[in-house]
Write a protein that binds this ligand. Structure first.
Ligand SMILES: CC(C)(COP(=O)(O)OP(=O)(O)OC[C@H]1O[C@@H](n2cnc3c(N)ncnc32)[C@H](O)[C@@H]1OP(=O)(O)O)[C@@H](O)C(=O)NCCC(=O)NCCS
Length: 412
């Protein structure tokens, strides 16, 4: 069965997290991803947060599946020649260096178009054009500058970053969509184009509902926020704690036996009120005028969830899930990473996979979360540094003698 992006060649100049997540997705869909790394050094993440000495870190292995690795010094003259050949050979180039790095190497967009007019050149940067365009950016900086941190956390606490890597992996996802869109367009136009994603923009896109709320604020308080009606609102969107972002109230409630992840998130929709009250033994509140309608409950949602928590505290989160789901009360247990790693259904769908690695041995990874019916993904281990240098150079037409010269000069 042909994989969806079979035959598409990606010149992968990415490093750290944002770019690699993008090219890993394309590799899972069948593209040939050739990762270019600095000789002797490689992607910095190979050595970051190492758990096993002298072995590529999980940080690296989990972001670079299904790729080939070639080492190349793109600043040396010989390296530039090889790089030029790679640009001719590939369909897409992806990079997430600090602003201007490729230009400084001599490979501007104009130059790349001259070398290969069909090339799609895709970049992640921290910011788009504007006051911060030259800044280097990492995940949490993007979360803070894209509106996520100011709207995450509790009202009386500091801004919080989230564990979901919405700046890096989120922007990688955005970029992947830009690339396949440009590939689709190239089918008709015959020309490549420039694709850029700023991490600030990607985070803001994911915080769309908060910009919605910013505008709603002009017309009155945000009634689904925990600040209503007893707290105060300023002129910008406050942190909403665990309140639900949609129109229905929700909160994370404690469960037995009381460990750090023994919580369940429960949403109260009008049809769920009666069955919920029956389950918790408060039939008296089903028709009670102070509780029966969403409008009556709104000013005292904290009390409302406290009542339900009295019951959830006596059950495990899984018991609560089993009880409430059949009653059409939307809820979800707070699952720990340990629980997710051990969840059999995620193993069965390939969302969590065990991968073997020659120097590390078996490790767990997140597989492709996007499932195509005719083009299933197979997760293959990440490459060792420069593992495919000779192979790729030979595909470019270099002889064994040429390869030996390039190595002797330190170009590869
Ligand atoms: C992530 C980031 C902060 C890291 O910064 P950094 O470690 O200083 O790395 P840089 O991107 O500046 O690259 C370092 C240098 O290595 C050089 N380099 C990289 N690969 C090379 C290669 N194969 N051969 C020769 N030189 C190479 C670059 O050209 C650059 O040189 P320059 O500074 O002389 O132009 C920065 O790359 C960045 O802001 N990227 C865009 C936003 C982003 O993706 N951030 C998320 C990361 S998860």
């Amino acid at each position: 069965m042909a994989r969806a992006l079979e035959g598409v060649r990606i010149l992968d100049m990415t490093h750290v997290q944002s770019g690699p997540t993008c090219t890993q997705l394309l590799a899972w869909f069948g593209a040939d991803v050739i990762k270019v790394e600095r000789p002797g050094v490689g992607d910095a993440t190979r050595g970051q947060l190492r758990d096993v000495p002298d072995v590529d870190s999980l940080y690296f292995t989990m972001l670079n599946h299904n790729k080939r690795s070639i080492t190349l010094n793109t600043k040396s003259e010989h390296g530039k020649q090889i790089f030029t050949d790679l640009i001719k050979h590939c369909d897409v180039m992806v990079e997430n260096f600090a602003p201007g790095a490729l230009d400084r190497m001599g490979f501007t967009w104009e130059r790349i178009q001259q070398i290969n007019p069909r090339m799609i050149y895709a970049s992640v940067k921290g910011f788009g054009p504007g006051p911060y365009q030259d800044c280097k950016v990492y995940e949490n900086v993007a979360q803070c500058t894209g509106g996520s941190a100011s709207t995450t956390g509790f009202d009386d606490g500091p801004p919080l970053v989230t564990g979901a890597q919405i700046g890096d992996s989120g922007t990688g996802l955005h970029l992947a969509l830009g690339i396949v869109t440009a590939l689709f367009h190239r089918e008709r136009s015959g020309r490549g184009q420039r694709v850029t994603c700023a991490m600030q923009d990607g985070v803001l896109n994911l915080c769309r509902v908060k910009l919605r709320d910013q505008q709603r604020l002009k017309h009155g308080p945000l009634r689904e926020y925990p600040q209503y009606p007893n707290g105060t609102f300023s002129d910008s969107v406050p942190r909403a704690g665990n309140a639900s972002g949609g129109g229905q109230p929700g909160w994370a409630l404690r469960c037995a036996p009381g460990g750090p992840d023994d919580y369940i998130y429960v949403i109260i929709q009008p049809p769920g009120w009666e069955p919920l009250m029956k389950v918790i033994g408060r039939e008296d509140l089903i028709e009670h005028p102070d509780w029966a309608t969403p409008a009556a409950r709104l000013p005292k949602l904290d009390q409302c969830f406290a009542l339900i928590e009295e019951w959830t505290k006596t059950k495990t989160k899984f018991e609560v899930m089993e009880t409430l789901n059949p009653l059409n009360v939307p809820c979800g247990p707070i699952l720990s990473m340990k629980e997710l790693a051990e969840e059999p259904s995620l193993r069965e769908t390939g969302t969590v996979v065990e991968v073997d690695h020659p120097t590390r041995g078996a490790y767990l990874s997140v597989g492709n979360p996007i499932k195509l019916s005719d083009s299933p993904s197979e997760v293959k281990r990440s490459p060792l540094l420069g593992e495919h240098t000779d192979e790729v150079l030979a595909e470019l037409g270099y002889s064994q003698a040429d390869i030996a010269t390039a190595k002797a000069e330190g170009a590869v």
